[in-house]
Design a protein around this ligand. Structure first.
Ligand SMILES: Cc1cc2nc3c(=O)[nH]c(=O)nc-3n(C[C@H](O)[C@H](O)[C@H](O)COP(=O)(O)OP(=O)(O)OC[C@H]3O[C@@H](n4cnc5c(N)ncnc54)[C@H](O)[C@@H]3O)c2cc1C
Length: 302
């Protein structure tokens, strides 16, 4: 892909770009082959200018915190965007609304919530990843999800057109969105409510303690591997199918929570994907239920 014309586009960008950057450095699993080009736009103007020049037929994808992704060992063709420049980490407060740019790490929101006595977004602070990824996955926990608090989002499409879209445009349902694949999320605006700082602090602490107790928070994992099927819990089905102690190469099922897969140190993406597929097969044989991956798999196999 890196022909002369494409590289000329990068000669004119303000942000950083890297050729062959290993995506294992950008995913929570710590796996993933190289991106042909990884581009970190400086600001929205830089992103728009890049999109207007980057041919429509060339592959393009966006990476957030890499906490819901299994990037395969063969890497990703084309350009991988990461909105991690300071411009994309802004948080703006307006009356009873809060606008967070896509590169804001969910965890860093807690400071703003406490300082400004803003409630309603506490659940989001405990979910690894970024604001952009949270919309794509309709992230949620503790009985709330992005769809409950989102008002609108600033989007740029593949042609470089910037527009504000209302919540309804994103087709949000349980851990799912169905907005066009080529929409890049620039910022989310949430509705908020006034809440005493101490109450917010307590909720955040309770949620943190719950996670530390029940989930392998500090391991190389991408969270829940499978969605909960209707009227069932994925972890219970995995347990029922006798998959709790399964492993494959450097990948294994977490001892703390059997719906989490772990890279124990030297797992390849193939180890993790094969382990997940084996679980799907065993659960189907035992219970008749077909588990659906919640972790998004992307990139080429080797
Ligand atoms: C320990 C642990 C616990 C977890 N617990 C939860 C939980 O309780 N609830 C939950 O919902 N999830 C949970 N997750 C999964 C993960 O944190 C969420 O899915 C999170 O929202 C992913 O955000 P991200 O920025 O890491 O996105 P990534 O993993 O980088 O990407 C996910 C998707 O979002 C897209 N994307 C990212 N940024 C943008 C953008 N700016 N514009 C358009 N598309 C974009 C990507 O292309 C990809 O399709 C957990 C993960 C871990 C590791």
């Amino acid at each position: 892909m890196c022909n002369k014309n494409i590289m000329e586009i990068f000669a004119n960008v303000k942000g950083k770009y890297l050729l062959g950057e290993r995506l294992s450095k950008h995913t929570r699993f710590g796996v993933g082959g190289p991106a042909e080009v990884m581009f970190f736009p400086h600001d929205l103007e830089d992103l728009v200018s890049f999109l207007k020049h980057y041919p429509q037929h060339m592959p393009l994808c966006v990476l957030g915190g890499g906490s819901n992704l299994l990037v395969r060992d063969g890497g990703i063709d084309g350009v991988v965007l990461k909105l991690s420049a300071p411009f994309f980490k802004k948080i703006e407060k307006k009356e009873n609304r809060l606008t967070c740019f896509a590169g804001v790490a969910n965890a860093t929101l807690s400071k703003t919530l406490i300082e400004n006595q803003i409630g309603g977004l506490e659940f989001l602070c405990s979910i690894p990843g970024t604001i952009g990824g949270a919309l794509r996955t309709n992230a949620g926990c503790f009985a709330s999800s992005v769809s409950d608090v989102l008002q609108s989002a600033l989007v740029v499409n593949r042609s470089g057109t910037v527009f504000e879209a209302k919540k309804e445009a994103f087709g949000l349902s349980y851990r799912h969105s169905d907005f066009p694949k080529d929409w890049i999320i620039v910022a989310l605006t949430f509705k908020t409510e006034a809440k005493p700082a101490e109450q917010i602090r307590q909720t955040l602490e309770q949620q943190k303690q719950y996670r530390l107790l029940h989930q392998p928070c500090n391991a190389r994992t991408a969270g829940s591997t499978f969605k909960n099927p209707k009227d069932a819990r994925a972890w219970e089905l995995i347990k029922q199918a006798g998959c709790e102690n399964l492993s494959c190469g450097g990948a294994k099922v977490s001892e703390k929570h059997c719906n989490f897969l772990i890279n124990t140190g030297n797992a390849s993406a193939a180890d993790l994907e094969n382990l997940g597929d084996l679980i799907v097969q065993k659960v189907k044989e035992k219970t008749g239920i077909l588990l659906e991956w919640e972790v998004q798999k992307t990139g080429k196999k080797v």
